[in-house]
Design a protein around this ligand. Structure first.
Ligand SMILES: Nc1ncnc2c1ncn2[C@@H]1O[C@H](COP(=O)(O)OP(=O)(O)OP(=O)(O)O)[C@@H](O)[C@H]1O
Ligand SMILES: [Mg+2]
Length: 267
């Protein structure tokens, strides 16, 4: 096993763990003068280093929930606490990856990832070393100088994951990060995500529409319902990582979760 490089320790903007606690979280939007209740009374505790998947019908407030945890919007009721401290605005201790990679097209992979380090007081050499380490972490060696249009969708998502991880966030938020990929690339990147998470062990909250993905990666799966967005129930997967995607237990849970979600649609 390789030891943690000294540079990595000095760069870490915080000490782990990364316990997230959401208490009585409600969020309303105003649409044409009408109040739209998007989230209603969300209570959720996520342990440091836990991987939580969130599934639920379109419009139930999954992305809104991630936006609030990220600190992009402070207009809500309730509390969001990270290691006991209220979340106020964005911070390096929370990173996010979206369905679309959102890399700047005029910058190379290396430059895109390095941009996330711009507020660090590190020498250019130390920054470059850090960037190179993260390019290797997501298996993009050889593509550091490629531009986003020269990458496949899966490679671009890997670059986006490296960019989100480079500040060693306490919490990594994933909003359908593999949603735009073909089935094979998706399965491959699910394994990659599991491998990276096992190394970095940050707290992860991943929104997905893919039930198998939610169960394969999540320690727990939170099932939401819509109008207003609430937690309907949660499923504890209870299998160690790395997992066998063909495990009978995962299959059983998949059948259960599928009927749960279809029940929601037909309600
Ligand atoms: N800026 C906004 N102003 C008004 N309403 C909004 C705004 N952003 C989101 N909403 C509404 O909030 C609700 C939840 O949206 P959100 O994007 O969180 O859903 P979601 O669960 O992520 O859906 P999907 O699975 O389709 O991504 C929707 O009804 C949406 O119309
Ligand atoms: Mg969404």
């Amino acid at each position: 096993m390789t030891a943690i490089a000294p540079d990595m320790v000095s760069l870490t903007p915080h000490t782990f763990p990364g316990a997230l606690e959401i208490r009585g979280l409600s969020k309303n939007y105003s649409l044409k003068g009408q109040r739209l209740a998007v989230l209603d009374g969300i209570d959720l505790k996520v342990a440091p280093g836990e991987f939580v998947s969130v599934v639920g019908p379109s419009g139930c407030g999954k992305s809104t929930l991630l936006r609030l945890i990220l600190g992009l919007d402070n207009d809500y009721q309730g509390q969001i606490l990270l290691d006991g401290q209220p979340v106020l605005g964005t911070s390096l201790d929370r990173g996010i990856v979206f369905q679309d990679h959102r890399l700047f097209p005029w910058m190379t992979v290396s430059q895109n990832i390095a941009l996330a380090l711009k507020n660090h007081r590190l020498s250019p050499q130390a920054k470059q070393q850090r960037v190179d380490e993260h390019i290797a972490k997501v298996n993009l060696q050889g593509f550091a100088d490629a531009y986003p249009h020269q990458l496949s969708g899966g490679m671009a998502q890997r670059a986006a994951i490296a960019r989100a991880l480079i500040n060693t966030p306490k919490v990594l938020l994933l909003d359908e990060p593999l949603g735009a990929l073909d089935a094979l690339t998706r399965v491959y990147l699910q394994q990659e995500l599991q491998r990276i998470w096992a190394q970095q062990r940050c707290t992860v909250i991943m929104v997905t529409h893919d039930i198998e993905e939610a169960l394969y990666l999540g320690d727990r799966v939170i099932v939401m319902q819509a109008h207003p967005g609430k937690i309907r129930r949660e499923i504890t997967v209870g299998l160690p990582h790395p997992r066998d995607p063909l495990s009978p237990h995962l299959h059983e849970l998949k059948v259960q979760l599928r009927s749960e979600l279809l029940g929601e649609h037909h309600a």
